[in-house]
Structure formats: C-alpha cells, structure tokens
Design a protein around this ligand. Structure first.
Ligand code: GAR
Length: 198
C-alpha cells in the first residue's frame, strides 16, 4: 500500500503502528508527501518508511504531477492507496487508473461538510453530531462511494479542540477497519454504493 500525506501524519502513524503490530496485514511500500515541510515526513522516518516528496509546484501541470506519482507507485508495485490527510485533489486520469483502489478518510459525515475545515464547520453550525467517513475516491471532491461512517456526538459545552480530539480518536479506529475490509477483498462497489461481502 502507499499512504499519501500532506500534514501532521497521525493517521499515517496509526496505520504504520498497526502494520508493525500485525493488526493490518499489508506492507507500506511508499509514503507520498506533497509538502516538504510536513511533520508526517518526520514520523515516516521514525518508522523507517520509504518516502518521496513530490510537490505540485515542481511540475508544469497536474497531469504531469499525477503521472510521476503513478510511475513511483508502479515501481514499488503498489496495489492500493490510502489518503491520510492528503489535501490535494487527484486528477481524473489518476483516479481512473486506480479505480476503487484509493481510500480516503474525511472528518465529517459526508456528504455533509466536504472540504478542508470539516470539523470546524460542523462545530460552528452547532450540529448535534458530526463524525468520520471512509470512502473510495472518485473524480469529485469527497464524493466517492462510502465504505464506513461513524458518528461523533457534539456535546453541550464542547470546545472545538475537545471535539477534534474525539474525531481523531474515531479516525484511528475506523480507518483500520475499512483497510482490513479492503485488504480482504470484501468491498464491492455497486450502483447503490459499497457492499461488504463475507
Ligand atoms: C484528518 O482529520 C483527516 O480526516 C483530514 O485531515 C486530517 C489529517 O490529520 N482530512 C481531510 O480533511 C480531507 N479533506 P493527520 O495528518 O494527523 O492524519
């Protein structure tokens, strides 16, 4: 598997820990990071993960950027991609060539609150709950078929920081659950959505 990151990398670290402990039965072949200042790189180094930094600004267009990433993934014989706080939209050709092989984690109950400030927006809208979604990536932004979702209640008197901590704690449980289903070949994408087969 490859893990794509842009920021702090706590979900990546959680996945790496679970691979190390044998809870997740896969190999992390490559970490792809689109931001050389990301703290995720430091975490990846600590786990001895092979990393590449590939910044969009270094390429003349997005298609070229996506093409080079695919080349690196093929070199490492990657079978699937886990987006873990990767804050860039992948191009349609890239998505097509990895159809239903890219998973994303998003901190809201999609389709509510897509985008980059999902936890804060749900908090400021005074929702009763928000949550975490794991979904396959399609050509849209946070629109692909949903694999798993879990609610996180917003308590009376909650602070944004407390809510963020509970959302992240839920992420660290839910993403591995979805990854296990993916690795076991139990996820089938149908017209109506994702079916979990036994
Ligand atoms: C996570 O909360 C993830 O759900 C979110 O970014 C955070 C990354 O944290 N992703 C998105 O908002 C995608 N639109 P991390 O780098 O510590 O794993």
């Amino acid at each position: 598997m490859a893990i794509f990151v842009s920021g702090t990398g706590t979900n990546m670290e959680n996945i790496a820990r679970r691979v190390q402990s044998g809870d997740l039965d896969c190999e992390i072949a490559l970490v792809v990071c689109d931001n050389r200042a990301a703290y995720a790189l430091e975490r990846a180094r600590r786990f001895g993960l092979k990393c590449i930094v590939i910044e969009r600004e270094d390429f003349k267009n997005k298609a070229e950027f996506d093409r080079v990433i695919t080349e690196k993934l093929r070199e490492q014989r990657v079978d699937g991609i886990l987006l873990a706080g990767f804050m860039r939209i992948l191009g349609p050709d890239f998505v097509r060539s990895w159809r239903w092989k890219i998973l994303n984690i998003h901190p809201s109950l999609l389709p509510k609150y897509p985008g980059v400030h999902a936890i804060r927006e749900a908090f400021e809208a005074k929702e009763k709950d928000t949550g975490v979604t794991i979904h396959f990536v399609d050509e849209g932004v946070d629109t692909g078929p949903i694999i798993l979702q879990r609610k996180v209640p917003i308590e009376h008197g909650d602070t944004l920081e407390a809510l963020e901590a509970r959302v992240h704690a839920t992420e660290y449980e839910l993403y591995p659950e979805a990854i296990k289903l993916f690795l076991a070949g139990k996820l089938v994408v149908e017209k109506e959505g994702v079916k979990i087969v036994q």
